[in-house]
Design a protein around this ligand. Structure first.
Ligand SMILES: [Zn+2]
Length: 245
């Protein structure tokens, strides 16, 4: 997949402060000298955006309504034990690239890569009323683009393409976003919404997207044909309905 064209100015600073902060090209040089660079979590936003609430709002964390998406490359762990590090790292790079492109295309934040999984947050710092729908569209892009790309990746590793599937889980609601940890400061989201999205991902089959009822309701009409199934998720007392999306 071709690299996406990124914004020349920070989308977040423009939307929130009407400040044109250049991210690329010659005019960005003085900003870079002061440490203002494209965010690694969303290259259409900047490092000011990442720290806006610590520096500007003077609080360490905020509660926001947001959507969290986890995507996991199935079978990677067992593959990494039987193949060379070089062979499997190319596979992981391809997976990260596809996830990043889709997440950024829909204004999300690629918050973390955790081994063979990625975690994305939608509605921060770029605020979108339809953030649940954005996450859903990003997930569908990931699945579609990956199905096109994995044939050659699988062939190179002597596998069937079906063995390289991605499982995705999405949940939306209020969560806590900020800097957590003392020795190692980590800008991330925590809370039940995050845990639920992660658990939904863990029960999704390869090539499947599972969303919670909150996402199902918010992302209509894109999910009108989806059906719910009841799951008992690890660490949750009550069974939960998840919709195949
Ligand atoms: Zn910015």
């Amino acid at each position: 997949m071709a690299a996406l064209q990124h914004s020349r100015f920070c989308k977040g600073c423009w939307e929130q402060m009407h400040l044109p902060v250049p991210l690329r090209g010659v005019i960005s040089a003085p900003f870079r000298a002061f440490g203002v660079r494209p965010s690694r979590m969303n290259p259409n936003t900047c490092t000011i955006c990442e720290l806006m609430f610590t520096k500007v709002m003077r609080v360490r964390k905020i509660t926001i309504d947001a959507t969290v998406m986890f995507a996991d490359l199935r079978g990677y762990t067992s593959l990494s034990q039987s193949r060379s590090a070089e062979a499997v790292s190319g596979l992981l790079d391809a997976f990260y690239d596809e996830c990043a492109d889709a997440i950024w295309q829909h204004d999300g934040l690629l918050n973390k890569t955790i081994g063979d999984a990625v975690m994305a947050v939608f509605n921060f710092p770029l605020q979108r009323d339809d953030h649940a729908r954005n996450a859903l569209l990003a997930a569908r892009d990931i699945q579609r683009n990956w199905r096109e790309r994995r044939d050659s990746l699988a062939a190179a590793l002597g596998l069937n393409a079906g063995e390289l599937g991605i499982g995705i889980g999405i949940h939306a609601g209020e969560l806590s976003f900020g800097e957590f940890g003392r020795s190692h400061k980590d800008l991330t989201a925590i809370g039940t919404v995050v845990n639920t999205a992660s658990r939904a991902q863990s029960v999704a089959q390869a090539d499947q997207i599972l969303v919670t009822q909150a996402v199902y309701q918010r992302a209509q009409p894109d999910l009108q044909d989806s059906h719910a199934k009841t799951f008992q998720l690890k660490g949750f007392d009550a069974p939960i309905e998840l919709y195949a999306a």
